[in-house]
Design a protein. Structure first.
Length: 111
């Protein structure tokens, strides 16, 4: 974790206000839609709340335990272009953290 990134478990559209209050400028959603069933908020719902709150938003779903080099490079491109700090989330935050750590290890991040 750095001053440019934070990790979280699943967020709801209603929680986007708290994301803004904590100073984040962007959100990256790494959780595939419907992974948690119908009660999981969709990316479209969270994106709408994020954009209404003035945040940048990227939907980059990755499958737990199956992160590829393409996933890491795609993430790094998003991360480097987004306003910081960025909140990354998935079901628990672990997948997002793994993606970030892999990109760091590959020296792909500008931070």
């Amino acid at each position: 974790m750095s001053e440019n990134v934070g990790f979280a478990g699943q967020i709801s559209p209603e929680q986007v206000v708290q994301v803004v209050e904590k100073g984040f400028k962007s959100i990256i959603n790494n959780r595939p839609d419907m992974e948690g069933g119908p009660e999981q908020p969709t990316s479209v719902q969270i994106e709408e709340a994020a954009r209404n709150a003035g945040l940048d938003y990227v939907f980059q779903p990755v499958v737990a335990g199956q992160i590829t080099e393409v996933d890491v490079r795609t993430f790094a491109n998003h991360f480097n272009e987004l306003p910081k700090p960025v909140l990354m989330f998935c079901r628990t935050g672990n997948r997002s953290n793994n993606l970030y750590q892999l990109a760091k290890q590959m020296d792909l991040l500008d931070d």
